[in-house]
Design a protein around this ligand. Structure first.
Ligand SMILES: [Zn+2]
Length: 415
């Protein structure tokens, strides 16, 4: 048996997960992600390392995508439509449903930002998704005579999966991000007892203690409650999928418990679409949500309403989830310009903000002024609250019978 591993991204860095494994003669690409911080071609994995000639169909037997986060799927439309890969791509049903939303959201933000050339079009995304074969959990799929794959529930975000691969006598698992403890809307990762020759596993936040998550949530709720009690407005800039749902369930519960009447809004478009998908995909959520589904669908937020642009300067307190995250541009940045100058208001940033974004400026020190574009400077008198864990690098471990290795990008490992 021979195993070769080529790491094109996410080895001790943030973003662009892409690992090529050659196992008993078959070559599989796990994830095809993009680097959120880069604006040139280094945002994509260096695909030339897979094939000098650019004939990717001969070089790969299939692509497997673990979940819809852009650092796992962001380069897929570029790889299939611009680089010309037309072989099979596998992902779960929810990942297939939600990835085009993520890609389109990202494309819009990039094109809307000045100086960003379009890397792939909406048509590219649609064409790319036609190449995708959707799979169910624990469904054994025969890619060809010798290559078998199977998805397992990973938690993390809706539809996320870990993938088992078998080629002849060789067996392996690639995890992508996974959660071992259930959160508010998803269950814990689950996998059969397997005898593997190779395990490639994400270990980002692996040593984070769960209690600290509750403490951070409490701090967040306290900050939001204090702001609205004082008559202020809370802006939560977020990407449409993933953390947005988790935070909304958290706030909705708190509002019920505290009997608060202050309205919670979300900006229109993607977020509503995303909630519709989450409702449809209820079977992929946590046991608790499934059990209570007949009496209460957790994604029918009692206290959450749709926000109209005309309400921007309306008086009175409120909480608004607006896309995109990181205050990278678009509607969330527009709201920020209106609300940041008042000390009554609060901006709560739920996740890592890449360098160069307004979100990043706010989390690094307490600026009193922020340039939102070359012609606009905003006075920042509002409160700023950072909810997430501090930024850390992605770590992937490779476990073989012979050795355990922390892998870095651009490394090739042969057994
Ligand atoms: Zn992820």
């Amino acid at each position: 048996m021979t195993i070769e591993v080529l790491v094109l991204g996410a080895g001790q860095e943030v973003g662009k997960s892409c690992v090529i494994v050659k196992i008993n003669g078959k070559r599989i690409m796990f994830d095809c992600g993009m680097h959120m911080r880069h604006t040139d071609h280094s945002r994509y994995p260096d695909f030339k390392k897979i094939s000098d000639s650019g004939n990717f169909n001969d070089a790969l037997d299939c692509i497997i995508i673990t979940h819809f986060h852009l650092d796992h799927v962001g380069a897929l439309a570029y790889f299939t439509e611009v680089c010309g890969y037309s072989g099979p791509v596998y992902m779960t049903y929810p990942t297939k449903a939600l990835s085009p939303l993520m890609l389109e959201d990202y494309r819009k933000v990039m094109v809307d930002r000045r100086g960003e050339e379009e890397q792939f079009t909406s048509d590219h995304i649609a064409e790319c998704m036609k190449k995708v074969i959707a799979v169910d959990l624990k469904q054994t799929v025969q890619v060809d005579e010798d290559l078998q794959i199977r998805a397992y529930y990973a938690g993390h975000v809706i539809g996320a999966a870990m993938f088992y691969v078998k080629v002849g006598d060789a067996e392996m698992v690639y995890t992508g991000d996974y959660n071992m403890t259930p959160d508010r809307h998803l269950g814990a990762a689950q996998i059969d007892r397997l005898r593997l020759d190779l395990l490639i596993t994400e270990s980002t936040y692996a040593t984070t203690i769960r209690d600290s998550k509750y403490a951070r949530e409490r701090e967040f709720l306290k900050a939001v409650h204090k702001c609205v009690s004082g008559g202020g407005k809370v802006l939560i800039p977020t990407f449409a999928l993933g953390r947005a749902q988790e935070l909304r369930i958290l706030l909705d519960d708190y509002w019920e418990r505290m009997n608060l009447k202050v309205p919670i809004y979300f900006s229109s478009g993607l977020t509503i679409q995303a909630n519709t998908y989450h409702k449809m995909l209820i079977g992929w959520t946590s046991q608790k949500i499934k059990d209570t589904y007949s009496t209460h669908n957790a994604f029918d937020f009692k206290n959450v309403h749709k926000f109209e642009r005309s309400m921007l300067d309306a008086p009175g307190p409120c909480v608004l989830f607006a896309t995109p995250g990181m205050l990278i541009g678009g509607f969330s940045l527009e709201v920020f310009k209106h609300w940041a100058p008042s000390e009554k208001n609060l901006v709560a940033l739920p996740g890592y903000c890449m360098a160069g974004t307004v979100g990043h400026r706010l989390t690094s020190g307490k600026p009193t002024k922020v340039d939102t574009d070359p012609d606009t400077q905003i006075d920042v008198r509002c409160q700023v609250h950072f909810i997430s864990y501090p930024f850390i690098y992605k770590e992937i471990y490779l476990l073989c019978k012979q050795f355990i290795k922390k892998i870095s990008t651009s490394s090739s490992i042969y057994e």
